[in-house]
Ligand binder design. Structure first.
Ligand SMILES: *[C@@H]1O[C@H](CO)[C@@H](O)[C@H](O)[C@H]1NC(C)=O
Ligand SMILES: *[C@@H]1O[C@H](CO)[C@@H](O)[C@H](O)[C@H]1NC(C)=O
Ligand SMILES: *[C@@H]1O[C@H](CO)[C@@H](O)[C@H](O)[C@H]1NC(C)=O
Length: 404
């Protein structure tokens, strides 16, 4: 089933690309013409954003103390020093009704101090505050208004509060295409007078990788992730299809991390974190960061894996070889290095080989390999391939460096 849908996406992508390129050649005024100009020039997201978001663990059960305590936890655990700086409030933070002037109102029962006070608090910790709205009349929870028709007003409100990041969902809309609804908020944010990272949460419906680069700093390529293996790998697969569209300032987003929420094994979470890292996905923690286990910390605080994600070259890895359940993912890094993931999706321990031909290393190169989970540079050097045995539902990840 999954293969079929991935194939379907490829075909559609091909059709859209052919259409797009022919219309621009012939008339220069194809249907995406209005988006060809870059609407978003906020200079943000030169590497994928990192931080925490409330949804995957708390859903609607949030309040200002949870947000403050989570900010404190990012600092006390040292995660903020590793780059986890965005503290993102998801759905359910506002009253169902706007005030008499049409402004969004923070929910009195859960955010009595207001969002500005929260932003001041989070900023005082050296962190950034993110918020959530929706390109529709109500958000997905249905418990608060969306910003459709109020884009400029809400963008101004967010800027006045000191918001640094906006996740913009796609529920309860008016039937207008997302290619129309999302750029309205892009323009509003550009006018609001504060650089705000714009995260399009369009779920991949209209293939936002094809147009999101002009509109947002990241775009969801998939529907929501859930805390289980099948959900995680299917998001990884769909997101991989769009690899060539990722670049500094605009990233594919396969949704937030589930590491630490309890639905997968440690090896599966390591694979989840590795794939997100090598795919240049946003690294937004989705667990309760106030109460992380040692295993969770060991995974999300792996500096070498984070460095792959944050490499300034900003090129998303692709699958370069698949054989049944065994896959090799690879992508270039700065300094002529290559990040390689050996990924075993199957039920049994198996050997997987990454061949120089597949991963963009010259055939005769002698290569040094750094295992970024073992934190070890391997003793021997490699020519032609690197082969390792990988457990079921697990991975190995390396940085390969040609030395001659
Ligand atoms: C907010 O809630 C408090 C009680 O928690 C109440 O005293 C106050 O009147 C409420 N404010 C508004 C504006 O509803
Ligand atoms: C902290 O996490 C553990 C599981 O790792 C759980 O049993 C416990 O209830 C959590 N504590 C709180 C306060 O959420
Ligand atoms: C990998 O390369 C080594 C030489 O470095 C060679 O002996 C081995 O057969 C190769 N393995 C595979 C699976 O191609």
């Amino acid at each position: 089933m999954e293969r079929c849908s991935v194939l379907g996406v490829w075909l559609l992508l091909l059709i859209l690309m052919v259409e797009g390129s022919s219309s621009s050649k012939v008339t220069g005024s194809g249907k995406y013409n209005s988006l060809r100009r870059n609407l978003l020039t906020n200079g943000l997201g030169m590497t994928p954003p990192m931080g925490w978001n409330s949804w995957n663990h708390f859903w609607c059960g949030i309040n200002e103390n949870i947000i403050k305590d989570s900010a404190d936890a990012l600092v006390s655990t040292g995660l903020h020093k590793l780059g986890y700086t965005y503290v993102n409030i998801d759905d359910c933070w506002a009253e169902i009704a706007r005030d008499e002037k049409g402004n969004l109102v923070p929910k009195n029962s859960t955010f009595p101090s207001g969002i500005k006070a929260l932003a001041d608090y989070v900023h005082s910790k050296g962190l950034k505050l993110g918020i959530y709205s929706d390109a529709g009349y109500f958000t997905c929870s249905g418990t608060m208004p969306g910003s459709l028709g109020h884009e400029e007003q809400d963008a101004k409100t967010f800027a006045s509060w000191g918001i640094d990041y906006l996740k913009y969902d796609n529920c309860n809309e008016d039937g207008t295409k997302p290619t129309i609804r999302y750029p309205v908020m892009t323009r509003a944010l550009m006018k609001a007078g504060r650089p705000i990272f714009f995260s399009l949460c369009e779920w991949g419906d209209m293939h936002p990788a094809l147009w999101g680069g002009k509109v947002g700093n990241s775009w969801r390529t998939t529907s929501d992730i859930y805390d289980n293996w099948e959900s995680m790998v299917s998001r990884a697969d769909i997101n991989e299809v769009y690899a060539e569209f990722a670049r500094p300032g605009g990233w594919n987003d396969p949704d937030m991390l589930e590491v630490g929420n309890g639905g997968m094994t440690k090896d599966e979470y390591i694979a989840h974190f590795s794939i997100w890292a090598i795919s240049k996905a946003p690294l937004l923690l989705g667990c309760d960061v106030r109460n992380m286990s040692e295993d969770t910390m060991e995974i999300v605080a792996n500096k070498e894996v984070i460095a792959i994600n944050q490499d300034p070259l900003g090129v998303q890895a692709k699958k370069v070889r698949m054989k049944g359940d065994l896959e090799v993912w690879a992508g270039p890094l700065t300094g002529y290095r290559v990040a390689v993931l050996l990924f075993n999706r199957g039920p049994s321990r198996s050997a997987i080989s990454a061949y120089w031909d597949d991963i963009g290393i010259p055939a005769n190169s002698l290569v040094q390999a750094r295992d970024v989970w073992e934190h070890k540079t391997l003793n021997r050097e490699f020519v032609g391939n690197l082969t390792a045995t990988v457990d079921s539902h697990a991975c190995k990840m390396y940085i390969l460096k040609p030395i001659s």
